[in-house]
Design a binder for this molecule. Structure first.
Ligand code: PLP
Length: 495
């Protein structure tokens, strides 16, 4: 059977539908029993089909923890589609898949090379596994005020300094759609026989179109955690973990992903992964081509609007910005003299538009095959009105020249040791010089400003203050009002 014919199959989705067609009398959970035992308003709203396939791992439906039936078949088709040797479905998002990757390669005390601007799930995994992170400084973009990926040169230095590390983690592409030269990075790491783990949360679609950056599997990486739910068309929370080669044992991955996964696996999510894979294989290339074309047109129009800029291929270099995903529109608003967050609110209030994220200087809008020309036209029109309202032509020097990216603090204790240390609570404004016992981040994108074990510096506090002033969602500490933070207890000499 040809690749295309095989990929038309959706064994998991078909198996579910076949099962419900027989109308089995269910004396098992979920107790709502295809909706009959639940709140009628919700039942009516969500509809009978979704409720009928909200099932659990009874024998005919296989078991995500020990797949040997329809889930196994669906995972094998996904592996073929993503160019992997094995694919594991994750219903705990890419966060669960990332934790699995790190816990697969690292035992307590072992080193892992990671960029500092990683998602909080990576830091959580470092705490769970007891691994020691060796941070690689990401490239900072002072024009846009964002961090990109890591360069080949910085990876080379990290490998030379820590050849015994158990893995190298790379974000490809970043939240903003920027990719480093992943293929070269993988070759370098492999010259040390070190596995490469890729956070591919923002790249579920890139494997399916040659005009997008190389996917982790195409670049030869050993493992990749991929949010199919973000840009691959499946339901929220469903992701895949792809692996290839001989450095990683699929048996160990299966046992770790199982340890981190609920025993009550959602078949709605699993079926959406099965069908999203089919759609990506059969229609992905053509649909992504159309999306790229739509995004390139939008980018051109946005670049004609006074006070706005939307970078494209002109920002590519041979380093951290080796390639980019044109379907991500990074719209720099700093010349309007208002923050990205104010623009996000303005678009909500004046144009009923919701963006993907905003920060001090930018908004990010993502386009997919779910967007139409009309919707993108609505965005461009709203951005023109925004410019008419705010653009004065006078550039505030502080806004124009000094974009600020978070300062990378120094790690004083391993994140796990800090997390389990004796702690005390101090006022956040007085915390400079203390070692944090908590995470603090702006979400989205969820990249920590500091993590447990890092020394809080005044520069970090100033950055937090600036983001709070701009109304951005700073979060993480136990104290949601952000007045206080938990730090490592200082031991004073006993008098
Ligand atoms: C870079 C990055 N990695 C990992 C994740 C986690 O993905 P998920 O939400 O699927 O758990 C995110 C989520 O925003 C992310 O931005």
């Amino acid at each position: 059977m040809s690749f295309k014919l095989r990929q038309q199959k959706t064994p998991l989705f078909d198996g579910l539908r076949q099962h419900i067609k027989g109308h089995p009398v269910q004396f098992h959970i979920p107790g709502h029993k295809h909706g009959n035992g639940m709140d009628p308003e919700f039942k009516q709203f969500i509809g009978p089909n979704a409720l009928a396939i909200d099932l659990i791992n009874i024998e005919p439906l296989d078991d995500l923890h020990h797949p040997d039936g329809i889930i196994k078949e669906a995972q094998e088709l996904a592996a073929e589609a993503f160019g992997a040797d094995h694919t594991f479905f994750s219903i705990q998002g890419t966060s669960g898949a990332i934790m699995t990757m790190i816990m697969t390669v690292c035992s307590p005390g072992e080193k892992i090379l990671v960029p500092r601007n990683v998602h909080k799930s990576i830091m959580s995994a470092i705490i769970f596994s007891g691994a020691t992170p060796i941070f690689i400084h990401p490239e900072l973009d002072e024009q846009l005020g964002i961090s990109h990926g890591i360069t080949v040169t910085s990876v080379k230095r990290a490998l030379q300094a820590h050849p015994e590390a158990k893995g190298l983690l790379v974000i490809n592409p970043t939240y903003f759609g920027i990719s480093a030269n992943l293929k070269e990075i993988v070759q370098l790491a492999h010259s040390y026989d070190m596995p490469v783990l890729v956070d591919e949360a923002h790249g579920a679609h890139i494997h399916f179109n040659d005009n997008l950056p190389l996917s982790a599997m195409q670049a030869g990486a050993d493992m990749a955690a991929t949010s199919v739910h973000k840009l691959g068309g499946s339901l929220t929370q469903s992701s895949v973990l792809n692996i290839q080669g001989t450095r990683i044992s699929p048996l160990r991955v299966q046992s770790i992903i199982s340890m981190l996964t609920t025993t009550s696996t959602s078949y709605i999510l699993l079926a959406s992964l099965d069908t999203a894979r089919r759609h990506l294989v059969l229609e992905g290339k053509q649909l992504i081509d159309q999306t790229i074309e739509l995004a390139l047109t939008a980018r051109k129009e946005i670049n004609h609007i006074l006070g706005l800029s939307c970078p494209g291929e002109e920002i590519l270099d041979d380093n951290a910005i080796y390639d980019y995903d044109p379907t991500k529109l990074i719209i720099s608003v700093k010349e309007l003299n208002i923050s990205g967050y104010e623009v996000e609110k303005w678009l909500r209030e004046h144009a009923n538009i919701e963006v993907e994220l905003s920060d001090l200087y930018n908004i990010l809008c993502i386009l997919t095959s779910g967007d139409s020309r009309e919707e993108v036209g609505h965005l461009v029109k709203a951005l023109k009105q925004l410019s008419d309202t705010f653009y004065t032509g006078e550039l505030s020097l502080s806004n124009h020249v000094h974009t600020q990216v978070p300062h990378m603090p120094t790690l004083a204790l391993s994140p796990r040791d800090a997390f389990y240390s004796e702690t005390e609570i101090v006022r956040l404004k007085d915390a400079a010089g203390r070692i944090s016992a908590e995470f603090l981040m702006i979400y989205p994108p969820g990249i920590p400003i500091f993590i447990p074990g890092e020394i809080i510096e005044q520069e970090n506090l100033d950055y937090i203050h600036k983001n709070l002033e701009a109304g951005l969602p700073v979060q993480g500490p136990e104290d949601p009002s952000l007045q206080y933070i938990r730090v490592i207890k200082e031991r004073k000499a006993i008098l």
